[in-house]
Design a protein around this ligand. Structure first.
Ligand SMILES: Cc1cc2nc3c(=O)[nH]c(=O)nc-3n(C[C@H](O)[C@H](O)[C@H](O)COP(=O)(O)OP(=O)(O)OC[C@H]3O[C@@H](n4cnc5c(N)ncnc54)[C@H](O)[C@@H]3O)c2cc1C
Length: 327
C-alpha cells in the first residue's frame, strides 16, 4: 500500500502534524514499514500539491510552531441535466400508425408551395421528406392527433421513441424510476464506479407544508436559520458541511480498502446519479403529466420540465395533445 493512502487514512480521523503521523505509523502493529521522515514529508508535499490535503501553520507560545495537515476533499456541486440523445419517428409517424387501420397513409404538406415551387416528394425508407422547402403536418392530421390523445388511443404514440441521458440526485431518480411501463432505464453503478461523487443542493430550502400531502410550502427558510447540532455538539447551518463529512468518510472507507459497493452506503441522497432513459412518446408524456403537476415534488418537476422543453421541437403536435390536452 502506498504511504499516501496511509497518510490520507490517518488524516481522515484527525488533523495531524508530520511528526504525529510518523509516530502513529511507527506504532501501528500491522503496517509493513515504520515510515521515515523523508518518505512522510515528501508524500505530504505531493498530497498538498495535488489538492488532497491542506496544511496550516499553528503558532504556539510555549513550544515551537507546528504545521498541521488536514485531509481536503473538494466537493463537486452539479446541476440537474437532461440531454436528448436519440429519437425515432415524428408527428407523421404517429398519424400513419393510426391511419394504417384504414390502410391509408398521410404525408407532410409543404408550408408554402408557391414560394418553394411545389417541392418534389422523395421516399427515404418509410419516411416521406421533401427535397426542398419546409413542411408541416396537414390540418387534417393535426386534428387526428388531438382526437387520438383525447380518446386515449395511446398506441399510435407508442411507435415513436425518445432516449435521454439524465443527471439528477438519487432522491429525484428514486421517484422517477417508479415510471416503468414503456420505458427502459440503465444507470451508473457505484458498485463499479468509485470516482469522486458529485452533489446537488437546492438554491432555496422550503418550509414544511401545513397539509402533509403537499410536501412543502412556498415559504423559504433563510440559510442562517438552518441551525443543526452536529455530533460534536456544535451548531452548524451548512448542509454542505454535513455532506462534505459524508464524502470524507466515503473516501476514507475506499482508502481502507472497502469495496465501492459497500462504501457507497454512507453517501447522502443528494449524491448525483446518471442514467439513460428511453421509451415511447406515450410513456414520456405520462411521466410529464404526472410530474409536472404542482403536487409533484419541485426537484422532480425540474427534470420533467427539462424533458417537456426538449420534446416539442421533435413532436410538436403529439406532445401538445398528450401533455396539455390541446393540439
Ligand atoms: C405526486 C406523486 C406522489 C407519489 N407518491 C408516492 C408514494 O408516496 N409512494 C409510492 O410508492 N409511490 C408514489 N408515487 C408513485 C406512483 O405511485 C407511481 O408508481 C408512479 O407515478 C408511476 O406511475 P405510472 O402510471 O407512470 O406507472 P407505470 O408502472 O409505469 O404504469 C403505467 C400505467 O400502466 C398501467 N399499469 C401498470 N401496472 C399496472 C397494474 N399492475 N395493473 C393495472 N394497470 C397497470 C397503469 O395505467 C399505469 O398508469 C407518487 C407519484 C406522484 C406523481
Amino acid at each position: 500500500m502506498s504511504i499516501r493512502y496511509i497518510i490520507l487514512g490517518y488524516l481522515n480521523t484527525s488533523d495531524l502534524t508530520g511528526y504525529e503521523l510518523k509516530k502513529a505509523i511507527a506504532a501501528h502493529p500491522f503496517l509493513p514499514w515504520s515510515g521515515n521522515n523523508n518518505q512522510i514529508y515528501k508524500a505530504l508535499t505531493e498530497l498538498e500539491d495535488n489538492g488532497y490535503i491542506q496544511s496550516q501553520r499553528v503558532i504556539q507560545s510555549l513550544a515551537p510552531n507546528k504545521k498541521l495537515n488536514r485531509r481536503f476533499v473538494i466537493m463537486k456541486i452539479s446541476p440537474m441535466m437532461v440531454t436528448l440523445i436519440d429519437k425515432m419517428g415524428s408527428d407523421l409517424s404517429v398519424v400513419n400508425a393510426a391511419r394504417v387501420s384504414f390502410a391509408k397513409e398521410s404525408d407532410w404538406e409543404a408550408i408554402n408551395p408557391v414560394e418553394f415551387g411545389m417541392a418534389h416528394l422523395k421516399r427515404e425508407g418509410s419516411l416521406n421528406t421533401y427535397e426542398q422547402g419546409e413542411v408541416c403536418l396537414s390540418a387534417k392530421d393535426q386534428k387526428l392527433i388531438s382526437y387520438l390523445a383525447k380518446h386515449n388511443h395511446w398506441t399510435p404514440f407508442a411507435h415513436a421513441f425518445l432516449s435521454f441521458r439524465i443527471k439528477a440526485p438519487i432522491f429525484v431518480a428514486r421517484q422517477l424510476v417508479k415510471h416503468q411501463v414503456g420505458l427502459a432505464w440503465n444507470e451508473v453503478s457505484r458498485r463499479y464506479v468509485d470516482d469522486e461523487p458529485e452533489f446537488w443542493f437546492p438554491e432555496v430550502w422550503r418550509k414544511r407544508a401545513e397539509n402533509v400531502k403537499q410536501g412543502s410550502s412556498n415559504v423559504e427558510i433563510p440559510p442562517i436559520n438552518l441551525l443543526v447540532r452536529d455530533t460534536n455538539d456544535e451548531y452548524t447551518n451548512s448542509p454542505e458541511n454535513f455532506v462534505e463529512e459524508a464524502l470524507n468518510f466515503y473516501q476514507g472507507l475506499l482508502d481502507a480498502g472497502v469495496a465501492p459497493e459497500q462504501a457507497r452506503m454512507v453517501l447522502p441522497q443528494n449524491t448525483m446519479t446518471e442514467w439513460i432513459w428511453s421509451g415511447s412518446l406515450a410513456a414520456f408524456a405520462r411521466v410529464c403529466r404526472l410530474r409536472l403537476d404542482p403536487h409533484a415534488q419541485q426537484e422532480t418537476r425540474e427534470i420533467a420540465q427539462q424533458i417537456n422543453d426538449l420534446v416539442p421541437s421533435e413532436f410538436e403536435h403529439s406532445w401538445k395533445a398528450l401533455v396539455n390536452g390541446s393540439a
